[in-house]
Design a protein around this ligand. Structure first.
Ligand code: CUA
Length: 499
C-alpha cells in the first residue's frame, strides 16, 4: 500500500557498457538519494534492457549518452515512443557532465542532482497524483505526458519569487503608463464628427468608455508581449531549448471569466444606450422620410407639404417615419449618430427614428445602404433652425406656386426624377430633359417616336413601355403611384419648358 506521505523509492536501471559509468553513477545516487532512488539493475545493451523492463519494472532508465556500443535512438524509440512508455534520461559525462532528458532539455552538471531529487519527490506514479505547481514554479512537460516541477535551482526559492514579482510589477506599471498615454492620445484625435443630437450623447459616452477599455486591453497584450520578447530573449551563446510550460488553471479561469463579465457589462450598457436613443418626448415633429433611387423626400403631414431638404427646429424631437419606394436605403446623418434603414413594402415596413437636434447648422443625410449606381450621390441637405426660423421656412414652403412649370420643377426634385434626368444636357442614368420635348427619339427596337405630352405621360406612368436606345430600363415602375395626375401634368409642363 502506498501511503501518501511517503512514496516508495524510484526504481532506476542504468544502461552503459562501461562499468565505471554505471558503478560511479550508482554510488553517486546512493550517496545523495539514499531513500529516494534505488538502482535495481545495470544493463549493457538493449536486449538486457528489455528483459530488465519486464523483470524489474523500473521508473527510469539512465542511458550513457557517450556509449558508442549503445544505440540511444533505439532506446528512445523503444521506451519513449513505444507502447510501454518509460522515462529515459540520456546522461553525458563529456561536456561538463550534461544530462540530456529525452525531450532535449539540457541541464547543467550542477543541476543533475537537484533534478533527480526533484524527480523522486515530485513524479507521482499515477497521473491523478500530479499536483499543481506552487506559485512561482514552472511546470515541465515531458512527451510521455508526465511532468515535474522545475525551477532555477541555482537560486533559493524566495529569490525566484522576488524576481518574478519584480517583472510583474514593472510590466503592470508599463501597462498602466501605455494605457494612460493611449487614452490621452485618443482624446486629442477627433474620431467622431460633432455630436449634434440628444441621441448622440449616450452613443458617444459608450464609445468613449469602450475606447478606454480597448486602450487598456491593447496595452495589456502588447506590453506583455514586447516585455517577454525583449527581457526574456535568448542570451548570447545559449542554444538550449526553452522550458515547456503547460497550463495554469487559475490564470485560465481569470482570463475567461473577466472578459465574459466585461462583455456582459457592455451588453447591459448597450441596451441602456439603445433605450435612451428611442425614448419618446411629448409631441414630436412628425416627418415622413421617403427614399427613392436616388433621392430623399421629406413630407411634413402636419403642414401638408413636402420638401427635398430636411429642415428641423432645434431642441425639438423629430419623429421620422422611414420608408422606400423601391429598394432598401438607409437614413444616416453622422452628426446625429443614429441610423435606420428605409424599407420598401408599404405601411407595415415603415420604421421610426427619433432625432432631437441640439445644434443649429447644416448637415447632410447620406444613404448608407448600397442601393444602385447613384448610391454615392444619394444625399440631401439637412438644416437645423431655431424655432422662429423654422416657422418662417414652413410658411414659405407651404405656399404652392400657381405656375405649373415651377410646381413641376418642385415635384421632379421631390420625387427623385432629377437624380437620373439632368436639365442641362448631361446624360445621367436616364436621358436628359433639356430639349427633349418635341424631339425625335430612337427607341431600343429601332423605331422612332416624337416626344409629346402623350409619350411623356406614358413614360412616367409605364416607364418600361418605350425605352430610348442606349439607356437601361431602370426607372421605377411604381413611381407614378405616389403622384397625383396633376403632379404628373406639372412635370410634363416643366419638361416642356426645357426646350
Ligand atoms: Cu439609397 Cu444608397
Amino acid at each position: 500500500m502506498v501511503t501518501p506521505s511517503r512514496q516508495p523509492a524510484r526504481r532506476v536501471v542504468i544502461a552503459s557498457s562501461h562499468p565505471l559509468f554505471g558503478q560511479g553513477l550508482r554510488n553517486l545516487l546512493k550517496e545523495r538519494h539514499a531513500t529516494g532512488v534505488e538502482v535495481v539493475g545495470m544493463v549493457t545493451n538493449l536486449e538486457e534492457a528489455i528483459s530488465a523492463l519486464e523483470r524489474l519494472s523500473p521508473d527510469l532508465i539512465i542511458v550513457d549518452y557517450d556509449d558508442q556500443a549503445l544505440n540511444r535512438d533505439e532506446f528512445l524509440a523503444r521506451f519513449v515512443e513505444g507502447e510501454k512508455k518509460l522515462r529515459v534520461v540520456l546522461l553525458s559525462l563529456q561536456s561538463a557532465g550534461e544530462a540530456i532528458i529525452y525531450d532535449r532539455r539540457t541541464l547543467a552538471a550542477s543541476q543533475i542532482d537537484d533534478w533527480l531529487d526533484e524527480w523522486t519527490r515530485a513524479w507521482p506514479r499515477e497521473q491523478s497524483q500530479i499536483e499543481e505547481p506552487a506559485a512561482g514554479q514552472k511546470r515541465l512537460l515531458f512527451k510521455g505526458g508526465r511532468s515535474f516541477f522545475d525551477q532555477d535551482r541555482t537560486k533559493p526559492n524566495n529569490q525566484n519569487r522576488r524576481t518574478d514579482m519584480k517583472h510583474l510589477v514593472i510590466a503592470a506599471l508599463l501597462v498602466l503608463a501605455v494605457t494612460a498615454l493611449l487614452i490621452v492620445g485618443l482624446d486629442q484625435v477627433r474620431l467622431l464628427p460633432v455630436s449634434a443630437s440628444a441621441q448622440a450623447e449616450p452613443i458617444d459616452a459608450l464609445f468613449r468608455l469602450e475606447f478606454r477599455v480597448i486602450a487598456f486591453l491593447f496595452s495589456l497584450i502588447v506590453v506583455f508581449m514586447l516585455y517577454s520578447i525583449i527581457v526574456f530573449r535568448r542570451k548570447k551563446g545559449d542554444d538550449t531549448d526553452a522550458v515547456h510550460i503547460e497550463g495554469n488553471s487559475r490564470l485560465e479561469v481569470i482570463w475567461t471569466v473577466a472578459p465574459l463579465l466585461t462583455v456582459l457589462y457592455f451588453a447591459y450598457l448597450g441596451g441602456q444606450s439603445l433605450a435612451e436613443t428611442v425614448r419618446p418626448e411629448p409631441r414630436p415633429l412628425e416627418v415622413n422620410v421617403i427614399g427613392t433611387q436616388w433621392s430623399w423626400r421629406f413630407e411634413y403631414p402636419e403642414y401638408g407639404f413636402a420638401s427635398t431638404e430636411l429642415v428641423l427646429p432645434v431642441n425639438k424631437q423629430a419623429l421620422l417615419h422611414l420608408s422606400s419606394t423601391d429598394v432598401i436605403h438607409s437614413f444616416w446623418v453622422p452628426e446625429f449618430r443614429v441610423k435606420q434603414d428605409a424599407l420598401p413594402g408599404g405601411e407595415e415596413f415603415i420604421r421610426d427614428l427619433r432625432i432631437t437636434p441640439t445644434i443649429e447648422g447644416d448637415y447632410k443625410v447620406r444613404c448608407a445602404e448600397l442601393c444602385g449606381i447613384q448610391h454615392a450621390y444619394m444625399l440631401a441637405d439637412v438644416r437645423v433652425l431655431s424655432q422662429d426660423e423654422f416657422e418662417v421656412w414652413v410658411a414659405e414652403s407651404s405656399g404652392v406656386s400657381d405656375d405649373p412649370v415651377e410646381r413641376g420643377r418642385v415635384w421632379a426634385e421631390q420625387y427623385g426624377c432629377l437624380a437620373c434626368h439632368s436639365v442641362d444636357g448631361t446624360p445621367l442614368v436616364g436621358p436628359t430633359w433639356l430639349g427633349v420635348y418635341g424631339s425625335q427619339e430612337t427607341l431600343a427596337d429601332g423605331t422612332t417616336v416624337t416626344v409629346d405630352d402623350a409619350y411623356l405621360h406614358e413614360s412616367i406612368v409605364e416607364p418600361g413601355a418605350k425605352i430610348v436606345q442606349g439607356f437601361p430600363n431602370v426607372m421605377p415602375e411604381n413611381i407614378a403611384d405616389q403622384m397625383t395626375e396633376e403632379q404628373i401634368q406639372d412635370i410634363i409642363a416643366f419638361i416642356q419648358s426645357l426646350r
